[in-house]
Design a protein around this ligand. Structure first.
Ligand code: GLU
Length: 521
């Protein structure tokens, strides 16, 4: 990236020759890049230390701390550019869903029954590391079956797809998660149910059980980008004590000679109970989900935890088998790869966009969190996150918060005029930062200034005038922005334009200072 480009970025945001520290901090805050983000720590503390107004030289020096991230925040090229609006939408869903109190706590693992049933948390992490949380997002809960996608991915990294699937199928079982059943080859139906997760665990081999567990915890920590991943010993003991069904599944598979040679069955079962007892928060789990959404690379640290092809396999199985006996229905109506656990956790992966973690302990009769399922349904009612939403046209009333949503419909130039008409100054700044000329005009010679004037968008109008755009462009109907404002009776627009020397077309003609409109780029 050239320093000239960085200098242009400065110009896009400068007012009277400088940018303010408050503006920069607000941009970061709005973008969802948090202070503990390893990519942003140095940069944000440098911004915090700088003076109230920042000159071009200081701005360029600041950028050196983290140029790519800085640029993406300023020009809005993070995957969800309007992150605040997106978070507001999530918060509304959260508030509505929190009123639901249906469902019951699971009783077969006593420790799970002791959790406060009213707990509710949602966290989001995008593939660009934009984060947002609501509710009890710092509370720990055990991951239970949300460990299964991780165990599967780790096993894939160990032995590869071909070997792994000699031991586990990839069909939904159509039965409950712990049903004493195997497929017609005597193998577990898929890795998202108990038998299949026990089998994935058997394929992760280390010198000792402790080494194996350490290794898996390391993978979890890498996927969570350093966020806290713990272990709940009480859950583990409780789990082991009440695990007759899982023991039965293990012995059943051994009887069918389903395990690889030299499998220590009891060690493998212990390992399975330990994985279910991994303890975390929605904040950490959303980052794990974002690592999957990002093809296996942690968005905050840049560490590649899993291979993209392994993640693809995992997401395919989450979509078809991740939500117990509700998997088909969930794939149909929500259409997001997800994995549910009996602790009330749901891990959702919106590929190439974000990971979402929801935790609310009350379960429905199929074992899924009631609020978690409700939240997921409302999420896709509001946002176009269903895997097959791309089949639909643009106008179905739902929002696609992804980057380039404007540009996919319109060129940068049209997007700029559109943003001016809406008074969306943040979007205008981002487009200027991305190189769109603020003087562009559309096919009819209408510039952003015409639109801001006729729609009475005062902030957009001031922004354009401060950027120094031509104040008297004439459109194909021979109107200047001042003509528009006078005709619509927008007196504040008229007086602002006049401050900058605006004229009506007639006045322009009289003084022959008419200028041609800018070009579409
Ligand atoms: N530890 C639980 C079991 O094996 C996990 C169940 C779940 O979350 O689906 O029964």
């Amino acid at each position: 990236m050239s320093s000239e480009h960085f200098s242009d970025l400065f110009s896009a945001f400068a007012r009277d020759g400088s940018v303010t520290r408050a503006d920069l901090l607000r941009l970061f805050d709005d973008s969802g890049i948090l202070e503990d983000d390893p990519r942003a720590k140095r940069l944000l503390s440098a911004i915090n230390r700088s003076s109230d107004t920042i000159s071009r030289e200081e701005f360029l020096a600041l950028m050196e701390n983290s140029p790519t991230l800085f640029e993406s925040v300023l020009d809005g090229s993070l995957v969800i550019p309007q992150f605040r609006q997106f978070c507001d939408g999530i918060a509304k869903i959260f508030d509505n869903v929190s009123e639901t109190r249906h469902g019951t706590l699971p009783t077969y693992i006593p420790q799970l029954e002791r959790v406060d049933p009213d707990k509710f948390a949602v966290s989001v992490c995008t593939i660009d590391g934009q984060r947002f949380s609501l509710g009890d997002s710092d509370d720990y809960f055990c991951v239970q079956s949300c460990s299964k996608p991780m165990t599967y991915c780790i096993a894939l990294e160990e032995v590869g797809e071909a070997t792994l699937h000699q031991y586990v199928g990839r069909e939904p079982s159509g039965k409950t998660f712990n049903e004493l059943t195997l497929n017609s080859w005597g193998l577990p139906h898929n890795p998202m149910i108990n038998a299949g997760a026990i089998m994935s665990g058997a394929l992760i081999k280390r010198k000792s059980p402790s080494d194996r567990f350490d290794f898996v915890m390391e993978k979890w920590k890498e996927a969570a980008g350093g966020a806290k991943i713990g272990f709940n010993n009480a859950v583990y003991l409780s789990e082991r004590q009440t695990a007759d069904r899982n023991f039965a599944l293990g012995y059943f598979m051994r009887e069918k000679k389903a395990f690889p040679a030299e499998t220590e069955l009891l060690d493998v079962l212990e390992f399975y109970f330990q994985c279910c007892s991994i303890d975390t928060t929605t904040k950490a789990m959303a980052t794990v989900a974002a690592t999957l959404a990002n093809g296996g690379t942690n968005p905050l640290t840049g560490v590649q935890v899993f291979r993209p092809d392994h993640v693809k396999h995992c997401l395919s199985l989450m979509l078809s088998c991740g939500m117990y006996d509700f998997s088909g229905e969930f794939a149909f109506s929500v259409g997001i790869p997800a994995k549910s656990g009996v602790s009330g956790a749901i891990l959702l992966v919106v590929p190439n966009v974000c990971g979402v973690a929801v935790w609310s302990p009350r379960l429905d009769e199929l074992g899924n969190s009631v609020r978690g399922v409700e939240f997921s349904k409302r999420l896709v009612n509001k946002f176009k996150f269903h895997t097959f939403d791309s089949m639909l046209g643009l106008r179905d009333g739902r929002i696609d918060p992804r980057r380039n949503m404007y540009e996919s419909r319109l060129s940068g130039a049209y997007a700029f005029c559109w943003a001016a008409a809406q008074g969306d100054v943040s979007e205008m700044r981002r487009l200027v930062a991305r190189g769109v000329s603020p003087s562009v005009a559309d096919y009819d010679g209408r510039t952003a200034l015409h639109l801001a004037a006729s729609e009475e968008q005062l902030e957009a109008l001031r922004y354009l005038l401060q950027l120094g755009v031509d104040v008297n462009p004439v459109d194909r109907w021979k109107n200047t922005p001042l003509d528009e404002a006078v005709r619509a009776n927008h007196s504040s627009v008229v007086s602002i334009l006049k401050e900058y020397g605006a004229k009506t077309e007639q006045e322009c003609a009289a003084s022959e200072v008419r200028e041609a409109p800018g070009e579409i780029r």
